[in-house]
Design a binder for this molecule. Structure first.
Ligand SMILES: *[C@@H]1O[C@H](CO)[C@@H](O)[C@H](O)[C@H]1NC(C)=O
Ligand SMILES: *[C@@H]1O[C@H](CO)[C@@H](O)[C@H](O)[C@H]1NC(C)=O
Ligand SMILES: *[C@@H]1O[C@H](CO)[C@@H](O)[C@H](O)[C@H]1NC(C)=O
Length: 360
C-alpha cells in the first residue's frame, strides 16, 4: 500500500485539518505533516490530531515538497513535541479572522478589536472528543481551541475587570477604553502582520490588539448614551414601532442625523468627496491635564483637528472637537488608514481613521 507505515504530507485546505489525519490513519499512515497552503501562510494551530502530526507553514511546506520531489526515497521522523515560548512575531492575525469593511454600516469600523484566539487552552466539554468529530472517542478536560469563541472571552473578561475597577463606566466607556489603548505593534515592535507576514490593517484588527493594563487607565473615553444608539437605529431607517422594541417609551428620531458623528472611538468615512467635518466628544476619566492631537494622515487625505489642544481641569469634564477630512487630488479610491491620537504625555488615546475617497 502507498501510505501504510508512512508519514504522509498533506496540504491544508478543502477538508478539516484533523480529518486529513483521520483519513491518513484509515489508510494506515503512522504520521502526518500538515503543510499550509498559500492562503493560510504562517498560521499554525495546535490541533488534537488522531495520529502524530507536525503542522508547518506554507514556506516550510514548499521546502518539504521540494525535498520529496527531488529525492528518490525521502525519509522523515518525528520528535516529541516541545513547548516554544516568546515566539516572534506575536501577535499576528489569524488567517481565519473575519475582516472589514463593515458591509451593513460602512460608517462604523469593524472589527473593533483583536484578542488572543489561536490555540487557546480552555476547559472542555465531555460531550464530544477534542476534535469535535464523530470518529473521535477521546474525552479530555482541557483542549486547545481557536476562533472568535476563544478571543471573545478574553475581551468579556477584561470588560468585567474594567467594570469592577470603574463601576460608573458605561458599556460604551469600557469599549472605548479597550479600543483606544490597544496596540498595533507586535513583539518585534513592528506593525502587526497578517498570516502571510504582510502588514495588517484596521480591517483585520480594528483598533488593535487588546492591552488590558492600559485599558484600566485610558485617560479619555468616547462615551455613548442609549439615545445615541436609538439615533443609530433611526439612521438605519427603523420606524417608530421597531425602535419601541429598544426604548423605554416612544422615541422621536432627529430630523437629520449623520452616522459619521456617532461618538465611536474610531472614525470611518466610506465615501468621501471633497471634504467633511465629523464631531466627537471625549470625557476625562484621568487626572486634570492637557491633551494634544497627533495625526497620522491616511495617504491622499488631509486632516485638521479643531481644537487640537484640549484642557481638562477636572475628572468627568467633556470636550467636543471636530475632525475635517479632505480628499487631495491624488487620493486613491481604495480604503486608506490613519490614526488620531490624543496625548497628555502619559496617556495615548488612539483612534483608527479609515477613509475611502468617492469615485470621481
Ligand atoms: C512537487 O510535485 C508536485 C506533483 O508533481 C507538484 O504539484 C508541486 O508543485 C511540486 N512542488 C515543488 C515545491 O516542487
Ligand atoms: C495579507 O495581506 C496581503 C496584502 O493585503 C494579502 O495579499 C494576503 O492575502 C493577506 N494574507 C492573509 C493570510 O490574509
Ligand atoms: C415598521 O416596520 C415594520 C417592518 O418593516 C413594518 O412591519 C411595520 O408595519 C412598520 N410600522 C409602521 C408604523 O410603519
Amino acid at each position: 500500500m502507498k501510505v501504510k507505515g508512512k508519514i504522509v504530507v498533506c496540504l491544508r485546505g478543502s477538508n478539516g485539518r484533523v480529518d486529513k489525519g483521520q483519513q491518513a490513519a484509515l489508510a494506515g499512515a503512522v504520521g502526518m505533516i500538515l503543510a499550509n497552503d498559500v492562503l493560510t501562510g504562517n498560521e499554525i494551530l495546535a490541533d488534537a490530531h488522531v495520529i502524530p502530526t507536525a503542522h508547518i507553514s506554507y514556506t516550510d511546506g514548499l521546502a518539504v515538497f521540494k525535498y520529496i520531489n527531488t529525492t528518490k526515497s525521502p525519509m522523515a521522523y518525528m520528535t516529541r513535541a516541545k513547548t516554544q515560548l516568546d515566539t516572534k512575531p506575536a501577535p499576528f492575525m489569524a488567517a481565519f479572522s473575519s475582516k472589514g469593511p463593515n458591509t451593513i454600516t460602512p460608517e462604523i469600523l469593524k472589527p473593533d478589536i483583536t484578542a488572543p484566539g489561536v490555540s487557546v487552552i480552555a476547559a472542555y466539554t465531555q460531550a464530544t472528543g477534542p476534535t469535535g468529530q464523530k470518529f473521535d472517542k477521546r474525552r479530555v478536560l482541557f483542549n486547545s481551541e481557536s476562533g472568535t469563541s476563544m478571543s471573545c472571552p478574553h475581551i468579556s473578561g477584561i470588560a468585567g475587570l474594567l467594570k469592577t475597577t470603574h463601576p460608573d463606566w458605561s458599556p460604551s466607556a469600557i469599549k472605548s477604553a479597550i479600543m483606544t489603548t490597544a496596540r498595533t505593534r507586535d513583539n518585534d515592535v513592528q506593525p502587526i502582520l497578517n498570516a502571510s507576514y504582510q502588514k495588517a490593517t484596521p480591517f483585520s484588527y480594528g483598533a488593535g490588539h487588546v492591552w488590558p493594563n492600559r485599558a484600566m487607565d485610558p485617560g479619555l473615553v468616547y462615551d455613548l448614551t442609549s439615545n445615541d444608539y436609538l439615533n443609530f437605529l433611526c439612521s438605519l431607517g427603523y420606524n417608530g414601532t421597531q425602535i419601541l422594541m429598544f426604548s423605554d417609551g416612544p422615541y422621536k428620531c432627529p430630523k437629520s442625523y449623520s452616522l459619521l458623528n456617532f461618538n465611536y472611538p474610531s472614525i470611518t468615512v466610506p465615501s468621501l468627496s471633497g471634504s467633511i467635518t465629523v464631531t466627537r466628544t471625549v470625557r476625562n476619566v484621568g487626572s486634570p491635564g492637557t491633551y494634544k492631537a497627533l495625526i497620522h494622515r491616511p495617504k491622499g487625505i488631509s486632516i485638521l483637528v479643531k481644537p487640537n489642544v484640549l484642557t481638562f481641569s477636572m475628572v468627568g469634564e467633556e470636550k467636543t472637537f471636530e475632525v475635517t477630512l479632505k480628499v487631495k487630488k491624488a487620493a486613491s479610491t481604495d480604503y486608506v488608514f490613519g490614526t488620531l491620537i490624543w496625548t497628555d504625555g502619559k496617556h495615548q488615546v488612539r483612534s483608527p481613521i479609515v477613509v475611502k475617497a468617492a469615485q470621481r
